[in-house]
Design a protein around this ligand. Structure first.
Ligand SMILES: [Mn+2]
Length: 334
């Protein structure tokens, strides 16, 4: 792959952004730092180009990310989206960021898929095509990195707040520049963002020293569930609805907990089983090195990257899910 993928951005995708005066921006459901940072960063840039850019989110921004210099133009209501679409008429482009497939668009998927053109910008290896025009770059660490390249290609300028958002996006998806997706280009882009005034220690403070007491309590309960199998190579961990109730924390607070079992020296694969609403179980998988958990996730109709993937199941208990995936994970070991 070339140092910068800038020349691989499809020209019609750039033209679609340049042409439209109204831009409806979307990220994946339960957005993480990459999704939100990319969304807010791009929205600011588009507005600096004189465009009417609105970020549509089906839920308010998680308290884990409420420090992001978000745009004033966030809409969290579906009628607002429909009104925006009807007012914009044909002078519109939709942009879906960090979404590996159409289902990840969430509850408003059907409305979003009517937008023409719908431009898709994503870096998931297991990307399943949707939308009108796609720019998918699995070699990029994060969608934040891609948005940076996009801004260059558009000839637009990044202000401090956009740079801050993109830096958070890249930090989140690279595990603060530790994962193998971190390339020389990733660090060069990070350096450009520091030149815009971003301070790594400030971002670090918000990302890592930002716990509530409820979140720490939940962490205590969740870490106590860690079990190891296959000579310590596979770690299971879970979070139940009861733990959420007991701690007063929310499912959003679980983000990042999976890194603790992953940090065990012997561990090659981690499975975090989360009990959600209405009998839904979400499974997050992490792997080190050559283990490919995206293949495992695809087997359960999920997706992701080689070392970070996930899927959902319905109507099963935590124990049943652990039993069901245990053998598949053993087979994914090197
Ligand atoms: Mn991402």
């Amino acid at each position: 792959m070339k140092e910068s993928p800038i020349e691989t951005i499809p020209e019609p995708l750039l033209a679609g952004i340049r042409r439209a005066n109204n831009l409806a921006l979307f990220a994946h459901t339960h957005p993480d730092g990459d999704a939100l940072g990319s969304l807010f960063g791009l929205a600011r840039v588009l507005r600096s180009m004189g465009k009417n850019a609105v970020c549509f989110l089906e839920a308010p921004v998680s308290h884990l990310y409420d420090f992001l210099p978000a745009s004033e133009d966030i809409c969290t209501d579906q009628d607002g989206l429909r009104l925006f679409l009807s007012r914009a008429g044909s002078d519109i482009a939709g942009v879906a960021l960090d979404c590996g497939d159409a289902d990840r668009l969430g509850a408003w998927k059907d409305d979003i898929l009517t937008i023409e053109p719908l431009l898709v910008i994503d870096h998931h290896l297991a990307h399943r095509a949707f939308g009108t025009l796609r720019w998918v770059e699995p070699g990029c660490s994060s969608t934040g990195e891609m948005v940076y390249e996009l801004v260059q290609a558009l000839g637009a300028s990044l202000d401090y707040h956009s740079a801050f958002n993109l830096y958070v996006a890249i930090c989140t998806d690279t595990g603060s520049f530790r994962y193998e997706c971190t390339r020389p280009r990733t660090l060069r882009i990070a350096a450009e963002l520091l030149d815009k005034g971003v301070r790594p220690e400030e971002v670090g403070k918000y990302l890592y020293d930002n716990f509530t007491r409820e979140r720490l309590k939940l962490m205590e309960l969740v870490l106590a569930t860690i079990t190891l199998t296959a000579d310590g190579q596979i770690a299971f961990m879970h979070v139940s609805a009861e733990m959420l109730r007991q701690s007063g924390a929310s499912l959003q607070d679980v983000e990042g907990f999976i890194d603790f079992p992953r940090s065990l020296r012997s561990v090659k694969i981690v499975a975090l089983i989360k009990e959600g609403k209405e009998g839904q179980i979400a499974v997050s998988l992490r792997a080190k090195g050559e283990c490919d958990v995206s293949a495992v996730a695809r087997g359960f109709d999920g997706g992701g990257h080689r070392n970070a993937a996930g899927f959902r199941l319905q109507g099963k208990s935590i124990d049943e899910v652990r039993g069901q995936i245990s053998e598949v994970l053993h087979r994914a070991l090197p």
